[in-house]
Design a protein around this ligand. Structure first.
Ligand code: PLP
Length: 528
């Protein structure tokens, strides 16, 4: 029997809880079972399929004034939402740097939603869980045990917090009263740093122009000679260098800056040393990768995500700051209604709302705590290592294929390459080819510009990806490339992407449609 909200024994003001819990309880069990089925059979479905316009329109309706039975709304979810999600759960999703999530993290989200805790502050166990997660993060990075930190939506916000703490460390807490007051602060990072860093400078009121994007070497690492030169120049012209941001795992090719050398320079130039380790910081959990990060333990602050390489469901970013006082002085609140007591619910030491811009905050910490506890940090590190090993194997395959050209060295888990067996416009061809592949549902790499050319970018992040998935992806690239190259020579006979849309239609009926099974998943297997 479907539970109905608003169906109550008594008239008047009513709670949202059902009078009889059995219906909602049964629906809840069904949701959990359905989602386990979905996770168990990911491989049978397309990586991604575009949402049909007719269904998009169904998601546009006026504010629902009246109740709808929960099972009806759940059916809408199953029909309208679930089949058209991003696809990053799927082992052949290799676009951007998306995490694959994990089933324990999924359950933790249910528990966290059940508790509905507000982790802005006050004295309760969920905050102790978050403090534990921050201590684990500090341990992972080689930071002191009394380092400070807080969970946020993602590395974009964590980097913003890093810039703001660096700003108050340089100008003193008075910056919170009077602003930068004409101080001409300048910061430094690599030319291939993530776009959220210029944005952080913008939001910190320092301006994008005050972030010097320093040239990189052939391996995508910031050139330290150019960095030192630029700092000297800026000082000579009366500016005030205050911050250098190193990157552990660039988003385009996965390069890791020489963090130890940046740490040395930060000391001698008296700069705050922040690391953007969005996915790369997790390499600290893999003994074979950890040496690449040498120097991260000397940073003043590190921003990274649990939702990428650590496989925790979205969203879960983290900022860790070595000097807890600096962190607190940047955000500590003075509002009287948030006044702390030594006892009762309003006690409990430093509150998370004193460590970042948010007041009310959810219980993100639980899915991180449960993921790390259930699998163990070593296993998460081993997954990171596994994705790097897969990337190395993919690079070898690319190097063996005459029709493919590799565009960048592989430092971690990202391989950039392109299809070259054609003369026409290779940038166009590779961009179309990637869209073809995504629309086919067979695999979803993304694109990036490497040294001025457009490449196919396969970022292997998901713990589910294996060698067979890589073979299917490369075979599909070769097939799509050949079809595309032939089309560039003579006027197209078929519409763009038509062949591949046929493929996604096969998978349209549901997530369990007769979609090309692993091994058969080449575009050649698709009927013309
Ligand atoms: C993904 C990424 C970011 C942004 O992180 P979000 O969690 O998406 O906010 C920043 N820097 C790098 C290097 C990244 O890969």
């Amino acid at each position: 029997m479907a539970p109905r909200t608003g169906e109550h024994a008594t008239a008047g003001i009513e709670s949202l809880d059902p009078v009889d819990w059995s219906g909602l309880r049964a629906l809840g069990h069904r949701m959990v079972d359905d989602m386990f089925d979905h996770l168990e059979h990911l491989r049978d479905g397309p990586v991604w399929q575009p949402m049909p316009d007719s269904l998009r329109q169904e998601l546009q309706s006026p504010l629902p004034r009246k109740p709808t039975p929960a099972d009806v709304v759940y059916d809408d979810f199953r029909r309208l939402v679930q089949p058209y999600a991003t696809g990053n759960l799927h082992p052949r999703f290799m676009g951007w740097v998306h995490g694959g999530g994990n089933p324990v993290g999924m359950l933790a989200e249910l528990l966290a939603g059940g508790l509905n805790a507000n982790l802005g502050g006050r004295d309760h166990a969920p905050i102790e869980v978050e403090r534990q997660v921050i201590r684990w993060a500090a341990e992972m990075l080689g930071f002191p045990a009394d380092a400070s930190g807080v969970l946020v939506t993602g590395t974009s916000v964590a980097n913003l917090i890093g810039v703001l703490v660096a700003r108050s460390a340089s100008l003193g807490p008075s910056v919170r009263q009077i602003g930068v007051d004409g101080a001409r602060l300048v910061a430094y990072t690599s030319a291939v740093a993530h776009g959220c860093l210029p944005r952080a400078m913008e939001m910190a009121g320092l301006g994008r122009a005050a972030l010097r994007m320093i040239e990189c070497d052939r391996n995508g690492r910031m050139r330290l000679d150019m960095l030192a030169q630029r700092v000297a120049q800026d000082r000579a012209s009366g500016l005030r260098p205050f911050l250098v941001v190193g990157t552990a795992g660039t988003v385009d090719i996965g390069a890791v800056d020489d963090l130890a050398a940046i740490a040395d320079l930060a000391v001698s130039e008296r700069l705050w040393f922040h690391v953007d380790g969005a996915f790369g910081a997790i390499a600290a959990l893999a003994p074979g990768l950890r040496p690449l990060l040498t120097g991260i333990e000397r940073a003043d602050s590190v921003a990274f995500d649990f939702h990428k390489w650590a496989q925790v469901p979205y969203d879960a970013g983290c900022i860790v700051v070595r000097d807890a006082t600096q962190h607190l002085e940047t955000f500590g609140a003075e509002a009287t209604y948030l006044k702390r007591e030594d006892r009762g619910l309003a006690g409990g030491g430093v509150w998370p709302c004193d460590l970042g811009p948010d007041l009310s905050r959810g219980f993100r910490a639980l899915k991180v705590w449960m993921t790390l506890s259930v699998y163990g940090a070593d296993r998460i590190g081993a997954i990171a290592q596994q994705t790097c090993d897969l990337a190395a194997a993919l690079a070898q395959r690319v190097d063996r294929e005459p029709a493919l050209q590799r565009l960048a060295p592989v430092a971690l888990n990202i391989v950039c390459f392109r299809f070259v067996a054609s003369d026409g416009d290779l940038d166009r061809l590779n961009a179309d080819l990637v869209a073809d592949l995504q629309e086919s549902g067979i695999a979803a790499p993304s694109t990036t510009m490497v040294n001025g050319v457009l490449g196919i970018r396969a970022a292997i992040v998901n713990h589910r990806t294996n060698h067979a998935d890589l073979a299917i992806m490369v075979d599909a690239v070769l097939e799509a490339g050949r079809i595309r190259a032939a089309k560039q020579k003579k006027p197209p006979v078929i519409h763009r992407g038509q062949v591949y849309r046929e493929a996604s239609r096969l998978g349209d009926a549901g997530t369990r449609g007769p979609f090309p099974a692993p091994g058969a998943g080449t575009l050649a297997a698709v009927p013309p």
